[in-house]
Structure formats: structure tokens, C-alpha cells
Ligand binder design. Structure first.
Ligand code: P53
Length: 480
């Protein structure tokens, strides 16, 4: 490998978003209804509601979002001004297959992404594309029960094949499922719905359902990887994992073991996609708990044959676990019960513990385990921004957060020798929060004039971090 121990010349600096969080235009161009279209706004500490279809009188922030659907040209110009080398977004599945189970794609949706990618390429910006980012067709939920159903594999593969074929000369970097491992925290309705379109039924063993859904998704991902490589051998197709390292609360061996098992619990979907196989502990766990999973021998071959080219991941925070809480030290790890505060770390206003060194730790942990290139496809600080009288926005807290994380990212590359493809901070332009549905939880370098009550002109303006990030890219990360 050339350029080892420094950021490569072609390092992909950029920014990341997802279709449903910024496009709006929820009924335009024949778009169908997605799972994001039936989620209301929440607030800090208040979960979003998942309604039965779109209900009159409720507010659904993703419907209009920041109107990127109509304003993308001007927004991409702003990304260009910052010097972006890449732009990570997703293709809204419902623009291409409005219901999800059609045979033929919707041409208007395909055309929209042709234009969007052309606009990026015009400025030398590489599109980095997630296939499924919390926005699967809602019809697949109501008709098929979401990813409980093996049929979803075919529908996803049809979608993936369609867009691989269509954009094979425009897009080289792909990811299959966004934060596929969120659902290991299956007790949280949000995760299992946004990942897999699952609304638990009364009396359902949701843990079993989660294992089934995740299995089908891993198969769908592995098939997509194989098909993608046939369509264009140059494609780089990655997994996308929410990386939140879990630390032991103390040096008590019980805590150490708990933290180790918590890491295994949270990252086995990485094993499926990167190593192409189930870890032994998980097979044993499923057998012991009499979980019945539809998993054929052929499936296991597919997994093995469809391992990913790189590991994309998001990194925002770390967690700390204790074996001294409600649950005894067992194999299972329960995110609702086992987490404790880490007294060494500050937290954001939303309680996300800020831990730059955890990024370096996490990158090393993944490298030791997987030995494949990494791509930081999300990182950032959600915060309330204040617009001054003169229109300026002094977001030094955001600059401070990103600067410290980039420092650790560089150490992981320069001192630890990790191969890193790029860095795309989350929400490079303000958008709708996935977790809370808020606009006022902002991540952007670019401010968008719209608030939690849907008021505002949608006008875009540059925050202090905009000028700062431009300099970071220009100096290849040396001027922080
Ligand atoms: P929001 C939880 C934990 C870590 C990342 O999140 C998460 C979540 C889900 O809330 O999601 C990712 O908007 C996700 C993005 C999301 C971003 O992180 O809740 O891939 O869609 O917007 C930030 O502040």
C-alpha cells in the first residue's frame, strides 16, 4: 500500500445526509410513502410516533424536510465551495419503486437521481450512495410485515440491481443498509421500525423477529454485493454499522466480560457482512433460546460469497456498561438496563457522550477484527444554533467536536496504520433528525432557516464551521 501512515491524496472529504431527511417532495415524481413518512416529530427526549399510515392533523417533518428535492443545485454549489470530494446520500427506495414490490421502476425517480449525480460529478464530487437508509416503502410493511418476510430479499435485490445498472458509470461507492446493527437494540420500537419495517405484534417474540429480519437483510446485502460486482467490477460496496464502543465501567472482571459481550452483541452484523459468517456464540445463543430462524445452508453460502469491500460506519459517542445493574452477567446485553454514565466524558444536549479518543479506539477494534478498509461516513454534533443579528452563526462547539475527532482519526491512520477511505460528517446541511424528528437539532455547516414548528424561509446560510471545514479540506487535514 502506498502512502501508508498518512491520509491518501485521494482521501474522500465530504459530507453525509439521507434522502428522507432532506429531500422533502414526498409525493412528487410518483414517489411512494416510506416508513419515514409515517413518523411524526418528537422532541429532545420524546420519541417520535409511528402512525398507522399518514393521519390528517399530525405533523410529519420528513414530508417537506428542507426541500432539497427542488433546491439541490444551489446546495451542491455550497458543498463545492467547501471543497467536497464526495457527497454521501441515499436513494429513496420509494422514488424508484413507490410500493416496493413492482417489477418495473418509476422513471421519474430514476431521472431525479441521474440529475443529482450529474450535478455532483460536474464539480468533481463523487456520490457515495446508501441503498436503504431508514426509508423502505411503507407498503412492504403493511402488505408483507416488513423484513419478517423472505420476499423482501427479492424486492431489495430488484431495487439494488435497477440502480446499479442505471448509475454504473456515475456512482462507484455504495453501502447496502444504513446502521444495520441498530436493531440489535430490538426493544426500542424506533430501531426495529426504521431498520426493518417491523411493528411488534402482541405476544410476538421480537428478539426472534429481529434475528430473522437481520438475517434476511444480510442475505440481501450479500446478493447485492455479488450482483454489483458483476455489473461493474470497479464498484466498492460497503457495510454500514453504527459504531458505539462499549467500555467496562470498572476493572472488575465481571464488567470487562460484560463489555466484551456487549461488543459482540452489538457488532455481529459486522461479522455477517465482513467475515461472511455467524459467530459461534450467536448460533449457540439462538439454539439455547429456542429461537427459530429460517436460515438455509444456501443462505450461508450466499453470506460467504458476498462479503463487503469496506466497512462504513457512523461514530458519535461511546457507551459504558456495568454488570452491577439490574441484569446479571449473562451473555445478553440489554441497552435499556446495562448502560451507565461515563464520568470522564461530557455529553451533548441530547445526552450523547462526547468521546474523540473512542473513535481511535473503535477504528483499532474494527481493524483488529476485520482487516479491511474503513470509511467514516457519519460523525458530528447535534446542537441548537443561534443566529446573530447580522446573520452569522458562531458554532465553535461544533468546530471543537469535529476538530478533536479528526485529530483522533489522523492518529488512527498515521500512528496505527489503519486504511481509511474518507470522512463525511453527518448532516453537512441542517436536516430533519432521525431520532427526534427535530430541525433544531442541527449538525450542519450550512444553516437552514426552518424550526421544529415548520416555520422559516428555508434560506441557507454559512456557519463559522463552514469556513473552518473548507480550510480543513484545503489543507488535507493539517489546519485544524
Ligand atoms: P439523530 C442513534 C444512534 C446513533 C446514530 O442521529 C443514529 C441513531 C438514530 O437516531 O442515527 C444516525 O438524527 C443515522 C442518521 C441520523 C444520525 O445518526 O437522531 O444514520 O440518519 O440522522 C444522527 O440526531
Amino acid at each position: 500500500r502506498e502512502n501508508v501512515y498518512k491520509l491518501p491524496q485521494d482521501f474522500l472529504w465530504g459530507g453525509a445526509v439521507a434522502a428522507h431527511q432532506l429531500e422533502g417532495g414526498w409525493r412528487e415524481g410518483n414517489k411512494g410513502i416510506s416508513v419515514a413518512d409515517v413518523m411524526t416529530n418528537g422532541a429532545n427526549g420524546v420519541e417520535r410516533k409511528i402512525t398507522e399510515g399518514v393521519v390528517a392533523g399530525e405533523y410529519y417533518p420528513n414530508h417537506d424536510a428542507i426541500d432539497f428535492y427542488h433546491q439541490y443545485k444551489a446546495d451542491i454549489k455550497l458543498f463545492t465551495e467547501m471543497g467536497f470530494k464526495c457527497f454521501r446520500t441515499s436513494i429513496a427506495w420509494t422514488r424508484i419503486f413507490p410500493k416496493g414490490d413492482e417489477k418495473e421502476p418509476n422513471e421519474e425517480g430514476l431521472k431525479f437521481y441521474d440529475d443529482l449525480f450529474d450535478e455532483c460529478l460536474k464539480y468533481g464530487i463523487e456520490p457515495v450512495i446508501t441503498l436503504s437508509h431508514f426509508e423502505m416503502p411503507y407498503h412492504l410493511v403493511t402488505e408483507y410485515g416488513g423484513w419478517r418476510n423472505r420476499k423482501l430479499i427479492d424486492y431489495f435485490v430488484n431495487f439494488a440491481t435497477t440502480v446499479f445498472e442505471r448509475y454504473k458509470d456515475k456512482v462507484k461507492y455504495w453501502m447496502t443498509f444504513n446502521e444495520i446493527n441498530n436493531q440489535t437494540d430490538y426493544k426500542r420500537g424506533f430501531s426495529i421500525f426504521t431498520n426493518s419495517g417491523i411493528i411488534p405484534k402482541d405476544g410476538e417474540n421480537v428478539e426472534e423477529t429481529m434475528f430473522q429480519a437481520a438475517h434476511y437483510e444480510a442475505i440481501a446485502s450479500a446478493l447485492a454485493v455479488q450482483i454489483g460486482h458483476k455489473i461493474n467490477p470497479e464498484f466498492k460496496i460497503g457495510a454500514m454499522i453504527a459504531m458505539v464502543p462499549l467500555y467496562p465501567a470498572t476493572s472488575d472482571p465481571k464488567d470487562i466480560l460484560k463489555a466484551q459481550r456487549a461488543m459482540q452483541w452489538r457488532y455481529w452484523l459486522g461479522d455477517l457482512q465482513v467475515l461472511g459468517k455467524y459467530p459461534e456464540w450467536l448460533l449457540r445463543y439462538q439454539a439455547e433460546h429456542h429461537l427459530e430462524i429460517d436460515r438455509t445452508l444456501e443462505d450461508l453460502d450466499v453470506l460467504q460469497a458476498g462479503t463487503v469491500d469496506y466497512l462504513g460506519f457512523s461514530y458519535y459517542m461511546s457507551f459504558t456498561v456495568s454488570a452491577h445493574g439490574a441484569a446479571e452477567t449473562v451473555f445478553a446485553y440489554d441497552e435499556m438496563e446495562d448502560l451507565v454514565r461515563n464520568e470522564y466524558l461530557p455529553a451533548s444536549d441530547w445526552g450523547w457522550q462526547i468521546d474523540p479518543e473512542g473513535l481511535r479506539y473503535a477504528m483499532n477494534w474494527m481493524n483488529d477484527r476485520y482487516h479491511i478498509p474503513q470509511f467514516i461516513v457519519e460523525n458530528g454534533l447535534g446542537a441548537i444554533d443561534k443566529v446573530e443579528e447580522d446573520g452569522s452563526i458562531h458554532d465553535e462547539y461544533r468546530i471543537d467536536y469535529l476538530k478533536k475527532h479528526i485529530e483522533q482519526m489522523k492518529l488512527a491512520v498515521e500512528k496505527d496504520g489503519i486504511e481509511l477511505m474518507g470522512y463525511t460528517p453527518w448532516g453537512c446541511i441542517d436536516l430533519v433528525s432521525a431520532g427526534s424528528g427535530q430541525m433544531d437539532k442541527r449538525y450542519g455547516f450550512i444553516y437552514v432557516d426552518k424550526n421544529d414548528k415548520a416555520e422559516g424561509t428555508l434560506k441557507r446560510s454559512r456557519k463559522d464551521s463552514f469556513y473552518w471545514y473548507k480550510k480543513v479540506i484545503e489543507s488535507q487535514g493539517t489546519q485544524l
